[in-house]
Structure formats: structure tokens, C-alpha cells
Write a protein that binds this ligand. Structure first.
Ligand SMILES: [Zn+2]
Length: 84
């Protein structure tokens, strides 16, 4: 979408129907940023698996509950530390 609209000088600001290109670009950038953040969290979790530290809280070193890891496999902190 960004590539398709890069060289366009279309004036969509006055189109009464639908969202503007600027809005859609901002929305797409936001989704891309969230996906990139999620990927970084997954990479960090894989690094902890390789290091033998997966499932252990980074703050208190105690095991993270299996229920928390089921709900959030990339969790770095146990519930106690995450809530503090
Ligand atoms: Zn902890």
C-alpha cells in the first residue's frame, strides 16, 4: 500500500467516503510496529530457550507458572514481578 501510493498525488482528503490514505498509512504503520515488537519478543524467548533460561523469571529467578506461559509464551516475568 505504501509503495502503491508513494508517487501518487491523489487528493483523498476531500473524499467523503472511506478513510484517507494518511489514516490508512498510519494504521498500517501501527500494525507493522506491533508485529515487529511481537517478533522481537518471540526471538528473545527463543534465545532464553537456547540459554536454558526459558520459563524462569528475569527478575526473581523463580519459575514462571505454566498457566502464565500457556497464556503468554513470551513472558519474561512471573505474575508477582509483573504485577509489582
Ligand atoms: Zn519474578
Amino acid at each position: 500500500m505504501v509503495a502503491a501510493s508513494r508517487d501518487s498525488n491523489a487528493d483523498d482528503e476531500h473524499d467523503p467516503e472511506g478513510a484517507t490514505i494518511a489514516f490508512e498509512r498510519a494504521q498500517l504503520a501501527s500494525v507493522l510496529r506491533l508485529a515487529t515488537d511481537d517478533l522481537a519478543e518471540v526471538d528473545a524467548a527463543l534465545g532464553r530457550v537456547s540459554a536454558g533460561r526459558y520459563g524462569r523469571c528475569e527478575r526473581c529467578e523463580q519459575p514462571i507458572s505454566p498457566a502464565r506461559l500457556d497464556a503468554r509464551p513470551t513472558a519474561r516475568l512471573c505474575m508477582t514481578c509483573a504485577s509489582a
